[in-house]
Design a protein around this ligand. Sequence first.
Ligand code: ITT
Length: 205
Amino acid sequence: MRQLLLATSNPGKVREMRAMLSSLPLEIHDLRDLALDLEVIEDGSTYAENAAKKAQTYAAASGLLTLADDSGLEVDALNGEPGLHSARYGGRPDATDADRRAFLLARLQGKPRPWTARFRCVLALAFPQQPCRFFEGVCEGEILPEERGAGGFGYDPIFLLPALNRTLAELSLHQKNALSHRGRALQALIPYLTRLIAEDPAKCV
Ligand code: ITT
């Protein structure tokens, strides 16, 4: 069985990626299964640079075909913040997801609504010792002043999809994957991975 490593320490990302990739003929590992925990400093100036750094570091350490995700929330009224810094937003290094949501809402107080925003996700697929391939997905929406829903993770309870009048946290895992930034990036990756497995199996250990 061919193998793929999901190089993310975020359990929400792992759940969403596993759900979408489970139909492929691949044995999927995550960092917990392999007890891999390396420090990767996310100091790139783009999502792609950070995603590539994570994917290449873990591909080199594991020898496996490796997928990493760098993503962020871009709020127009905050000039695109928190963007690349979404995971570290909130003023304190030990901030929780709830702290980061509260911090974001505090920054938006007094600014005229709607607070339009988008999630962006860049996936990097790395083969040991080879350049990465990138797949991107975007999800447009709006920030709500109050939390709604208990699903998902991160900023999901305050991210509204106006056409559905639901936040991402009010959707099932499968509904979120059909519409989200990460789901869209994975939808672009799947045909590529399917071809790779069929045509060049040596690349998947
Ligand atoms: P890895 O780097 O280990 O993958 P991370 O959580 O640090 O995990 P990022 O550096 O890509 O990931 O930071 C992205 C942050 O953006 C993440 O921590 C969330 O706060 C937010 N985010 C990304 N995707 C999201 C989603 O689908 N729903 C809600 N928030 C999301």
